[in-house]
Structure formats: structure tokens, C-alpha cells
Design a protein around this ligand. Structure first.
Ligand code: BTN
Length: 334
């Protein structure tokens, strides 16, 4: 997206963020946006109503003093680089059933790849294997990305793996916390789940039509937001850091990293993605049990193959190729 194609509010917020303490004059904003000073003032008033704390003074012009903890599409657009695919279009809903339902509808309506759908809360958030995904309002990042990669259906796991690398890198860079990956798509902090990825696809027999990568990140959930059942196995950044995290800044960082990883997948650089995945993955080298429907396969998780499938060495020395299922890491036997 060109700067000139960005919505006016996105351009105002980008200019305010760039000018920082120095501020930016109404005249300067009006000129760069090609609108009147009165129109700038009206937009500033609207942003204030949304909770943006914008000071105005004859000396400094406008200065951004504080931002609300809300996801605002224009604010997210303003934080992203211009030549991106992921996040070229961003839509934010207060509430949806599932952001993946909305993204799927957009896909079927022919919307271009790269659109990202966020919701402050989901009433029917879904996880892998038909599980429910708890998505309380304003506490997390619940979003889905529509992609149209040139991949065969069996290569779609590559994008789940790439997304796990991107989310793990962004969370770690933003907070300093070590975030490990459990195959194929769980992100763990101190062994507890902090984020998950659900990739859904529509495909012809030999070509993906579109992929919906749904990502849920537990950002500012308190312990009281987690049920007794989830407490031993789930956590949030806020619980780990003992302070709240800026969701909009984190969202922008995750989208930037996703864009980097998506380009690597499209440019057939999956081996490099897989290397990074392996470095961050705690599953590899461990004895694991994988439940695939009624069947359980046990073995040592050895590596990923070129499509992102997990290669397990069973006790008979055979390699089993796993493309889906629920992995439990077994404690070493003494
Ligand atoms: C998992 O670990 O089981 C995957 C969880 C994926 C949750 C996200 S939240 C945004 C998107 N919308 C959904 O309904 N699910 C995904």
C-alpha cells in the first residue's frame, strides 16, 4: 500500500508516532494529507473519542500522549511497512463467531490475499481437533489471515510451521520471554500453552485455492480468565510478565514476522524456515505419543520433512510420517 492510499486516520497516527515528543503542526499535517486544517482537527477529535490521548498546543502542534488498549484497523495499518502482503487490508470486529469464518467468507467473495481479520472477542473461537478456543474480549489477539499461495494441498503444513516460527519470534522479541514450539502449532512458555495456530484450507486436488491461518495469542488474560481445567496447561504474557502488554504493538510485530515467513514459503525457502522451527522446537529429540483419531503412534520425534510433516522413529526403527494429530511429550524413562 502506498502512503497516499492509507486511510487518513492511519496517516495521522503514523505522523504523530513519527514526530513523538516534538509534535506535528496542524498546518504540516494538513499539507501532507492534502486536506484542510479544520478537517485535520475533526479527525483528531474522532481519534480522541476512540481514546487516543492527543495534546494540541500552539507551540508543539499535535502530540500523541497515550493510546487506548483497543485494536483499531487504521492504527495497525499505520504501524506496518508499506510493501507488505500480510496486513495490506485489516478489518477489526468487536465480536464475531470466529475470525476464520469471516476470513473464509472474504476468500469466497474473491478478496485479495493478505487481508487480516481481528476480533476483540469470538463467540465460537475454534482450536484444532474440534476444540473450543476461549477468546475473552480485549484480552488477546484473535485473528485470521487469508492467503492464496501457490502450494499443493499437502504442502499447506509449511504455512502452519512458518506461522509458528513467526509468532514465536515476535513474542520473544517483544517480551524477552523464551517461547518454544510444540509440533505442529502450539507455542509454549515454561511448558504452558500461550498461543495456537489453526490452518484451514480450500483446495483443488493439486492446488491450494486459499488458506486461512487463524492465530490466537493469550496476551492480557488474568488467571481468573482461565478455567480450572485450563489453568495447569495454559498461560498468558501478562501472567508470565506480571504486567499488561501493548496488544496493538504486539499485533504489528506478529504481522511483520508473518509477512517475512510467508515470503520465504512462497519463494520456496521452506528448508530455512524448517531450520529455524527446529531450533525453537522442544518436541524434536523427545519421545512422543501422537494421537491420530483412535490410533496412537509412539516414537522419537526426529525432524520435519519438506512438507512440514513430523518424522517419528518408532521402536521398530521405522519412520512414520505424521501430518496431523495431538502430540504428548513423554517423560524420559529412568
Ligand atoms: C489451537 O491451538 O488449537 C489453535 C487455536 C487457534 C485459535 C485462533 S483465534 C483466531 C482464529 N479464529 C478461530 O476460531 N480460531 C483461530
Amino acid at each position: 500500500m502506498n502512503a497516499a492510499d492509507m486511510p487518513v486516520d492511519a496517516r495521522i497516527l503514523a505522523a504523530l508516532r513519527r514526530s513523538g515528543e516534538n509534535g506535528v503542526s496542524g498546518e504540516g499535517l494538513a499539507q501532507s494529507l492534502g486536506i484542510s486544517r479544520a478537517a485535520v482537527w475533526a479527525r483528531i477529535e474522532e481519534l480522541r473519542k476512540l481514546g487516543y490521548d492527543i495534546a494540541a498546543s500552539p507551540h508543539h502542534g499535535y502530540r500523541l500522549l497515550g493510546m487506548p488498549d483497543v485494536l483499531h484497523a487504521d492504527d495497525l495499518l499505520a504501524r506496518l511497512p508499506q510493501d507488505r502482503i500480510i496486513g495490506r487490508d485489516i478489518r477489526v470486529f468487536q465480536e464475531t463467531t470466529s475470525t476464520s469464518d469471516v476470513a473464509d467468507k472474504l476468500a469466497r467473495d474473491g478478496v485479495k490475499e493478505g487481508v487480516v481479520v481481528f476480533a476483540e472477542s469470538q463467540t465460537k473461537g475454534r482450536g484444532r481437533l474440534g476444540r473450543q478456543w476461549v477468546s475473552p474480549s480485549g484480552k488477546g489477539l484473535w485473528f485470521s489471515v487469508l492467503l492464496r499461495p501457490q502450494l499443493r494441498p499437502q504442502e499447506a503444513t509449511q504455512m502452519t510451521v512458518a506461522a509458528a516460527v513467526a509468532v514465536s519470534r515476535a513474542l520473544q522479541a517483544h517480551t524477552g520471554i523464551v517461547v518454544a514450539i510444540k509440533w505442529p502449532n502450539d507455542l509454549l512458555v515454561r511448558g504452558k500453552k500461550i498461543a495456537g495456530i489453526l490452518t484451514e484450507l480450500a483446495a483443488d486436488p493439486d492446488q491450494v485455492k486459499h488458506l486461512i491461518v487463524g492465530i490466537g495469542i493469550d496476551v492480557n488474560l488474568a488467571l481468573s480468565d482461565l478455567s480450572a481445567e485450563l489453568r495447569p496447561i495454559a498461560t498468558s504474557l501478562r501472567i508470565e510478565l506480571e504486567r499488561p502488554v501493548d496488544r496493538a504493538a504486539l499485533a504489528a510485530q506478529v504481522l511483520k514476522e508473518l509477512d517475512v515467513e510467508y515470503r520465504r514459503v512462497c519463494q520456496r525457502q521452506f528448508p530455512a524456515v524448517a531450520d529455524e522451527w527446529e531450533a525453537r522446537c522442544t518436541t524434536l529429540g523427545s519421545r512422543v505419543a501422537v494421537n491420530i483419531g483412535p490410533r496412537t503412534v509412539e516414537g522419537i520425534a526426529e525432524s520435519l520433512d519438506d512438507d512440514g510433516a513430523l518424522l517419528l522413529r518408532t521402536e521398530h526403527g521405522r519412520i512414520e510420517r505424521i501430518i496431523g494429530g495431538d502430540v504428548t511429550v513423554k517423560k524420559p524413562e529412568h
